[in-house]
Design a protein around this ligand. Structure first.
Ligand SMILES: [Zn+2]
Length: 84
């Protein structure tokens, strides 16, 4: 039970000190800990936050989709100017 409680920590937004997840004020610098931050860290216990490296393939796919759309647009324009 002590291990489970020890893992439920968060970081103070002002001094980056380790704070108990239920604390409303930082024990180091007395800064108020926002409830949203608490919820976020509780949520991250179950689901890891999105890693920046995961966005790479998504951005690449988006860039390819945009290039494809541009290519199709140019192709259609080229065809229309030839046909009419
Ligand atoms: Zn602090």
């Amino acid at each position: 039970m002590e291990d489970a409680a020890a893992r439920r920590n968060q970081y103070c937004p002002r001094c980056r000190g380790v704070v108990d997840w239920r604390a409303e004020h930082c024990p180091h610098c007395a800064a108020p800990i926002p409830a949203e931050l608490r919820d976020y860290y509780n949520f991250s216990d179950f689901e890891a936050p999105v890693d920046r490296s995961d966005l790479g393939p998504i951005l690449t796919a988006l860039a390819l989709a945009v290039l494809l759309a541009l290519g199709l647009g140019f192709g259609a324009y080229w065809l229309l100017t030839r046909l009419f």
